[in-house]
Design a protein around this ligand. Structure first.
Ligand SMILES: Nc1ncnc2c1ncn2[C@@H]1O[C@H](COP(=O)(O)OP(=O)(O)OP(=O)(O)O)[C@@H](O)[C@H]1O
Ligand SMILES: [Mg+2]
Length: 245
């Protein structure tokens, strides 16, 4: 790792796409976005140069935008092009999935048609467990397993819909549809924060007119050059960055 202004003191977790390091401050972690790209629960894996940088750049934009709109996020600041300082959270092992348009696993598991609008948007939960294949989980099971409280579930659902409203309006300005995305939350000092990442790896984004993808589906489904897709997306949305703040 190049010399950073914040020095990692130990590797806390090496995930499929990011490495998480402890720092001298026990409340702060350094998250490094690597160039690893995976799909199908790690079944497909490649190293794609520059991918970590593009996702870190996007994540910074979205986290900053959400903070400014009053959403509590773990983001503190960028440390390099591929790494950011974040608040250390006790992660809740759930993926909160917001969908505006039917795509992906939804059309495989249920008789939705790809591209069908979902009104109102849906919020569902997946239980984060690689061994179990991240199964969808109902609120009653979340409560019975003690994964989160009813209050936390209500807050996560409300925050997820608030984030959806903000991001949907932002992408709309550049002719892009926010099809769906996933969030992860965690606890710190009795409060809930948005953690992990919001990036092209965690969202589905389609051109409004052509339905061309600018997200991980390009890699997942072998639809073309994923770096070209991610770069095209950033070129379209970054000029709006200052106006949104
Ligand atoms: N603020 C935070 N504090 C603590 N852990 C975090 C924070 N933000 C994200 N994480 C966790 O750090 C890890 C990031 O690594 P990555 O996303 O690459 O993992 P992964 O391979 O997708 O595995 P996982 O299924 O655990 O997400 C995740 O486990 C994520 O839940
Ligand atoms: Mg992850």
């Amino acid at each position: 790792m190049p010399e950073l202004e914040v020095q990692p003191t130990g590797l806390l977790y090496e995930g499929k796409a990011k490495s998480v390091y402890t720092t001298a401050d026990q409340n702060e972690l350094l998250v490094v976005y690597r160039d690893d790209m995976t799909a199908f629960n790690g079944g497909k894996h490649d190293i794609i140069a520059n991918k970590g940088h593009l996702n870190a750049r996007a994540c910074k934009l979205f986290m900053t935008m959400l903070e400014e709109a009053g959403v509590a996020t773990h983001f503190i600041r960028m440390v390099s092009e591929t790494s950011m300082l974040v608040r250390k959270l006790h992660m809740i092992p759930l993926e909160i999935i917001v969908r505006n348009i039917a795509a992906g696993s939804l059309i495989v598991r249920y008789p939705f048609v790809e591209g069908q609008p979902l009104e109102p948007p849906t919020v569902t939960f997946d239980y984060k467990s690689d061994e179990r294949g991240d199964p969808m989980i109902i609120p009653e099971f979340i409560l019975a397993l003690g994964i989160a409280t009813a209050e936390e579930l209500t807050l996560m659902r409300k925050t997820a819909l608030q984030i959806n409203t903000i991001l949907k309006a932002f992408f709309d300005q550049s002719g892009i549809m926010l099809v769906d995305f996933k969030l992860e939350f965690g606890r710190s000092n009795g409060a809930i924060y948005l953690g992990d990442e919001i990036s092209m790896d965690s969202m589905r984004l389609w051109d409004k007119e052509t339905h061309e993808s600018f997200d991980k589906d390009v890699y997942r489904l072998g639809k073309g050059d994923v770096i070209h897709a991610y770069t095209t997306l950033l070129d379209r949305i970054l000029p709006l960055e200052r106006r949104s703040s």
